[in-house]
Design a protein around this ligand. Structure first.
Ligand SMILES: [Zn+2]
Length: 46
């Protein structure tokens, strides 16, 4: 399941919620999101 993080308020929102809200944050109505993993991302040195 894809998770998105709101650029503005930092809340994590699932793609299911984004579908319902037509791509808007349900907290602050922002349309800008980071794509995240459900697990907290660990930066891996390449
Ligand atoms: Zn937001």
């Amino acid at each position: 399941m894809a998770m998105y993080k709101c650029f503005k308020c930092g809340k994590r929102i699932s793609h299911i919620v984004l579908k319902k809200t037509k791509g808007k944050c349900s907290y602050c109505d922002s349309r800008i999101f980071y794509k995240t993993r459900s697990v907290v991302a660990k930066v891996k040195a390449v």
